[in-house]
Design a protein. Structure first.
Length: 176
């Protein structure tokens, strides 16, 4: 039960995975807690609560952000994407998720949501990364299960597939 006076909670309206959402947050509520407990976006995991492990990474206005270091009040009016929003509109896994599945790039899965959110943003900006680029990106994420090799393989293949898909010529009326 909320013990704070009603006027100490603030209305937060944002775009979550493409949908306008509204909830209420106390002044010191973290974005990770707001997403999980107020809006039901439980794919955002909370690990270290110090911004070190990367499990809580979401995209804030298109850029990776640690939701355990961001106050919910700071995102009023912003666009937030979480792992729940990565799949295709018909529910199929996107290319990055398919590659993670193919390469067994997750085991316990706790770190996976944050890694996917960072990689999704990175690959949108840098579509042709080297293995060294992926290594550097992953230095901000802790994974205790995979040893990172399958994650790197999945990211590299996803980058190649995404680049190939974006360079395909559009389908014309004659080809339909």
């Amino acid at each position: 039960m909320n013990t704070l006076p009603a006027d100490s909670r603030h209305k937060i309206t944002l775009e979550l995975n493409g949908d306008r959402r509204t909830g209420y947050a106390e002044p010191r509520m973290l974005l990770s807690d707001f997403l999980r407990h107020e809006l039901g976006a439980t794919g955002t995991h909370v690990g270290c609560e110090h911004g070190v492990c990367g499990a809580c990474t979401v995209q804030l206005d298109g850029l990776p952000a640690r939701s355990c270091l961001t106050l919910a009040l700071q995102v009023d009016g912003c666009k937030i994407n979480t792992v729940e929003g990565l799949s295709e509109s018909d529910g199929r896994l996107n290319i990055l998720q398919q590659c993670f599945r193919k390469h067994h790039a997750l085991q316990c899965g706790f770190c996976t949501a944050g890694i996917l959110m960072s990689l999704d943003s990175y690959l949108a900006t840098y579509p042709n990364p080297t293995e060294a680029d992926i290594h550097e990106l992953l230095s901000g994420h802790l994974c205790r299960c995979t040893g990172y090799a399958p994650i790197i393989a999945a990211a590299c293949e996803a980058a190649q597939l995404m680049q190939a898909a974006s360079s395909e010529p559009p389908i014309t009326q004659d080809q339909k």
